[in-house]
Design a protein around this ligand. Sequence first.
Ligand SMILES: NC(=O)c1ccc[n+]([C@@H]2O[C@H](COP(=O)([O-])OP(=O)(O)OC[C@H]3O[C@@H](n4cnc5c(N)ncnc54)[C@H](O)[C@@H]3O)[C@@H](O)[C@H]2O)c1
Length: 386
Amino acid sequence: MKTIRIGIIGMGNIGRHHAGYLLDRKVARCELVAVCSTSPGKLDSYAAKGVQVWGDGLALIRSGTVDAVLIATPHYDHTTLGIAALEAGLHVMVEKPISAHKADAERLLAVASSRPGQVLGGMFQLRVEPRYQKIRRLLESGELGRLVRVNWINTDWFRTEAYYASGGWRATWKGEGGGVLLNQCLHNLDVLSWMLGQPSRVRGFCGFGRYHGIEVEDDVTAYFEYPGGATGVFVASTAEAPGTNRLEIVGSRGRLVLEDGKLRFTRNDGDMLEFSRSAKGGFTKPEIWNVEIPFENAAAPHAQLMENFVAAALDGAPLIAPGSDGVNSVELANAIVFSALEGREVELPLDALAWERRLKELIAGSRLEKVVVAGGKEDFAASFRR
Ligand SMILES: NC(=O)c1ccc[n+]([C@@H]2O[C@H](COP(=O)([O-])OP(=O)(O)OC[C@H]3O[C@@H](n4cnc5c(N)ncnc54)[C@H](O)[C@@H]3O)[C@@H](O)[C@H]2O)c1
């Protein structure tokens, strides 16, 4: 049986999570043979299990001991390590965001597209969640009719000052390239784009360090306009408790609401726009049917996405989250922040080089003195069990 020998580069919160299920053999035909961190001294427990330990990602990539790497470092390294790994002939699974900004994402994707025999996947594990798959299916099948409006309040990403102090790269322009949009909400932006495509215009309003001692955005309200005329509002925060996660999608044939672990479809008996045109009375509405759509949460979404990555590399299976899709969420995150900083609407496709120049100015102008305080032992997995 063919197998993939994989190495993980970046062994912090999520790198260790990936290593855990790979060592437990939860992904068939995939063997974790190497781990790599800038602090390799902290990886003795992996060496004790027979896993190679590396202190230099490029050396691991060029070692000839792995067929694939999973890149789980801070954001800017995703591009450099990803390109190096592709050029070394490896398959690459890159953590979200695929790059710190759109221009870097395009650089990574240009190399990937010149190597069609290699797989570049993005770790967008929400895509394997049945709730989003079902919504997507409803949209694609036309059951919701014409898209009219989407509202997503995404404020249940509460993070404390201790979280931001736990890593020097966190919530800085230089280390991360953005805040709640590029880090926590990137998963939601990916799902949004996967379900509805990209808007054509974006207007963002952001609070930069409004509620935390950070320089990037921690409070966001964004307005979208889609090519077909639909509108959207996306609200995000890392400062609200208890916080809300409510996704509402309105189509001409009904309304979908995902909230509190329930997916509800209020289905119009017919198309509301057609009804409006043909109704004789002025205050009538289409009749409705209430449909509750059942779903289970994926038991191990990261492992499931990795299984798909292995199938893509070994069997040519289609990727659930191709790396090439990863540019869309980065573009949305960048466009919202760019719009907020410029105080104007931004058209998509975003001018990637204009944002890169602005980001470089933000980095050069940064006066933030980051004090890093190592966190205690917490259950990191609780951060994505939601
Ligand atoms: N998909 C998810 O559910 C999920 C969850 C959390 C984080 N992430 C993403 O994973 C990435 C890492 O996040 P984290 O929370 O684990 O960060 P972290 O700070 O906990 O860990 C990063 C690790 O990378 C190591 N590192 C830094 N530069 C390196 C390099 N050049 N080579 C090798 N190792 C290097 C550091 O030593 C550290 O151990 C980020 O892109 C983040 O957005 C994804």
